[in-house]
Design a protein around this ligand. Structure first.
Ligand code: FAD
Length: 423
């Protein structure tokens, strides 16, 4: 294992569209920048690379730019572990760990899928919708497999498209939102012509509104899914089931740093600055809204954090345009309260530690649930069950504890050492 410490003027966490755009904008000022991401390649979720991927021009453009900028260093396969003292983060890679000192910070940590537990969700062959898309990009063969998708939001459609491109058969696309709300969204799409065109290209004959998963069944692996469609209960045979209920902003680093949160996302001002001076946030961690909003907020944060407020302010209009789109999406795909009934008392909520709903349903919050059970204390550190339990049980937002991700002992030792050193 190597010790590798770094210092920079600007640290950017996350190399998705927001982080890449922030780096390119900030780099124009000549400051020294590090962009850190836990994936092996830059691109984030939408531009995730893999053996079965042909990256779109937008992704290639940003990757080329980052490669050519002499003042930007990319630290891939690196996860944030903990802040250690003022303006210092401990990180870990496969063969190294160390401390990054910075003067300013932009959080571009994106979002993850919200997974809701239902009977059978831990069967082999059941995954998140975005997770299935990521598996396919990594080369998972799905040719001729019957694949059911359920949940909510545009990611279901993107995942269905990935399935079809890879030769799989979509047998069900169950969207929980009612037709009326989606119709309203569709009628307003003329303001975003590319989105309107995209909505036509993503249509699928198996798309059903007002439908949600009830249970999955099978011997050792999923074989069929039961779905509520309006008043009907139907079952559909399948080889895989992919479920996602929208996106949850990755706000854990911001919470640990004491940044204020608005609803589910990091609170930012017009410069994308958080409630803490010198800490900015852009992209989906500052509000779920798609890659266009991620790109424009990334640019604003990059310019503002590098002192170019004039250039940042020029982009406010474009940000307003995409924020309006994001609000429309949020309204259309708002989760129905009846989904709170998806889990039965014996359904596992925390699959890392085998904790069922009935073991935590009396707890007032996550902290109390941890005292009664090991909910959220496994490998994912509550990234899956934390969001699900908040939705199901209306728990208040909990500040995560460090380390933010499982780490080697030799890295954890540096948590104490780093905090002792002067910045
Ligand atoms: C699973 C999934 C699939 C998606 N697929 C599509 C799609 O096909 N089409 C579409 O239009 N939209 C898709 N989206 C929506 C997509 O997230 C956004 O449109 C866009 O990618 C947001 O850009 P971003 O830069 O804000 O965040 P992201 O693209 O999410 O990038 C954030 C990056 O930060 C990294 N990161 C987060 N926390 C840490 C940490 N603590 N340490 C180190 N690195 C960290 C993440 O690994 C990621 O690479 C998907 C979302 C998800 C969750």
């Amino acid at each position: 294992m190597f010790d590798r410490d770094f210092s920079c003027e600007l640290l950017i966490v996350g190399a998705g569209p927001a982080g890449m755009a922030a780096a390119c904008a900030a780099a124009k000022s000549g400051i020294n920048i590090i962009i850190l991401d836990d994936n092996p390649f830059p691109g984030g979720q939408i531009w995730r690379d893999g053996p079965a991927v042909s990256l779109p021009e937008g992704a290639r453009h940003y990757r080329r730019q980052l490669d050519q900028l002499p003042n930007v260093s990319l630290l891939c396969g690196a996860k944030l572990i903990a802040p250690v003292g003022d303006k210092r983060w401990l990180y870990e890679q496969e063969t190294a760990s160390g401390i990054i000192r910075y003067e300013r910070l932009i959080l571009c940590s994106g979002a993850r899928e919200l997974l809701l537990p239902f009977p059978g969700w831990t069967l082999a062959g059941v995954s998140g919708a975005g997770a299935l898309q990521a598996f396919i990009k990594s080369g998972l063969p799905v040719k001729d497999q019957r694949i059911a998708l359920a949940g909510s939001g545009p990611l279901l459609l993107a995942a269905a498209q990935a399935v079809k491109k890879a030769g799989g058969k979509v047998v069900l696309l169950a969207e929980q939102a009612p037709a009326l709300r989606l119709g309203r969204l569709f009628l307003g799409l003329w303001r975003w012509p590319d989105k309107l065109r995209q909505s036509f290209s993503l249509t699928d004959p198996h798309y059903r509104f007002n439908s949600h998963v009830l249970a999955a069944e099978g011997e050792g692996k999923v074989e069929r899914v039961f779905v509520r469609q309006g008043r009907r209960r139907i079952s559909v045979a399948c080889d895989r089931l992919a479920c996602g209920f929208g996106l949850l902003a990755n706000i854990e680093p911001a919470l640990v740093l004491g940044c204020a949160i608005d609803g589910q996302a990091i609170r930012v001002d017009e410069w994308q600055q958080t409630s803490r001076a010198g800490i900015y946030a852009a992209g989906e961690c500052a509000g779920v809204g798609g890659s266009e909003l991620a790109l424009v907020t990334g640019k604003i944060a990059g310019y503002a954090a590098s002192g170019n407020r004039e250039e940042a302010a020029r982009l406010w209009r474009e940000r307003r345009h995409w924020r309006r789109f994001a609000r429309g999406m949020e309204r259309a795909f708002r989760l129905d309260d009846r989904l709170k009934q998806l889990s039965r008392p014996d359904t596992l909520v925390c699959r890392c530690e085998d904790v069922a709903l009935q073991q935590i349903s009396g707890a007032a919050d996550w902290r109390q649930a941890k005292i009664y059970s090991r909910c959220g204390m496994g490998a994912c550190q509550g990234k899956v069950c934390g969001g699900a339990a908040r939705f199901l049980l209306d728990w208040p937002l909990a500040t995560p504890r460090v380390p933010l991700a499982p780490a080697r002992l030799s890295t954890l030792v540096k948590m104490g050492e780093g905090a002792d050193k002067n910045p």
